[in-house]
Design a protein around this ligand. Sequence first.
Ligand SMILES: Cc1cc2nc3c(=O)[nH]c(=O)nc-3n(C[C@H](O)[C@H](O)[C@H](O)COP(=O)(O)OP(=O)(O)OC[C@H]3O[C@@H](n4cnc5c(N)ncnc54)[C@H](O)[C@@H]3O)c2cc1C
Length: 421
Amino acid sequence: MNLNIPESEKKRVVIAGGGFAGITLVKKLDSKKFQTVLIDRNNYHQFQPLIYQVASSGLEASAICFPLRKIFSRKKDFYMRVAEVLEIDGNARTVHTTEGDINYDYLVVCAGATTNFYGNAHLKEAALPMKTVEEAIYLRNRIIETYERSLTAPEDQLEGFSNLVIVGGGATGVEVAGVLSEMKKYAPIKDSGRDLRAKVKIHLISPGILDSMSDNASVKTTEALSDMGVNIILGRKVVDYMDRTVIMDDGSTIKSELLIWVSGIKAVTIKGIPEESIGRGGRILCDGYMKIKGMDDAFCAGDISLTSEEAYPGGHPQMAQVAMQQAALIAGNLNAMHDSGKLKQFKYRNLGSMATIGRNKAVADLGSVHLSGFIAWIIWMVIHLRSILGVRNKIIVLIDWIINYVNFRSSMKLLLFRGKR
Ligand SMILES: Cc1cc2nc3c(=O)[nH]c(=O)nc-3n(C[C@H](O)[C@H](O)[C@H](O)COP(=O)(O)OP(=O)(O)OC[C@H]3O[C@@H](n4cnc5c(N)ncnc54)[C@H](O)[C@@H]3O)c2cc1C
């Protein structure tokens, strides 16, 4: 019981998930007031905003991952356990994990979200998601493998190798489309007798482009991607993928060996949360204090949570800033509860949103200021570099960016394992 964690006179806060919300909570909880236990299925924190650069061979995975224990090496009465959270028993105040059970005085669920294939078994089986570092490494190998196989594929199969299809027009879809369209110029196909560069086509399929950003960002991005040769198919949905053929809702098809699925997310499912507390997209319904509806002393933050305020009646966007601000509020309220202080309700402070399109190109909405092009790209780089955990990681990312910028070719296009065909 209790995952080999010593009993303490202090109350125990168990945090399920060490993503943006989880690490903010650990940082902000006062260790003089609480024992803190963090449970994650990985022993590292992953910086999702740069995952697409791992998938496109721009960065090594270790540059965007940081060991969770190292972040909190100086925190007192803090314990980290690598385990999968399976179920919560609110009555017994117990979390069941793959490594055993643990009791809590307070629980905060921060398990984030996962890819949503909307119940389509073919898509789940064959389309490539990009939500975790593991998936990004797999995708990277599949992209390189597709290029390599295109060199020897029979002529009648070349169409499938020439079409790379991305589904989803949010920031991630835009970033992947942009980087792939740049990558195709320098891919291994250049080194062969069979030069497919003119034939390779990047298709981006989505109901809209950057719909959650300003019209300016959406228009500028659509123009920039089109100029880069991306075929943007708007207003359509992908409904199936069979025999290496992408099928859209109007019946039109594209032959493709590689279907990248960044089209939607749903909350991670944790058993034991009352059914009536589960809302849209599987998200856990919370009140203004981020307390889970129908549960005592259990809170929720980040992508897995759903709460609303006047400015966001349908819920907040599933973004890192929201997760961090919600976690900071919960930590502040728990610290205050310990001293019988006043509790605060969540109010999201929108610091803006941005997306990078490619070399020297990005869009940024910073309040009423809408930026695009080189200046937005520089701001995007500075903000991301500042946000990556660890000095070593910052330096590695900066060096890789400089090398890739000057050199154009990434040296990391190694095919480390082969996917199933
Ligand atoms: C490719 C990509 C790019 C993105 N780019 C941006 C961006 O540019 N800007 C932005 O603001 N947002 C971006 N986001 C969204 C942002 O990453 C999320 O909103 C943010 O990570 C949410 O934080 P979180 O703490 O709720 O969840 P996460 O950061 O996803 O953390 C969840 C944690 O819970 C763990 N976990 C999950 N289930 C279990 C379980 N059952 N047991 C144990 N541990 C578990 C996971 O391992 C993970 O560590 C991006 C997301 C992706 C996928």
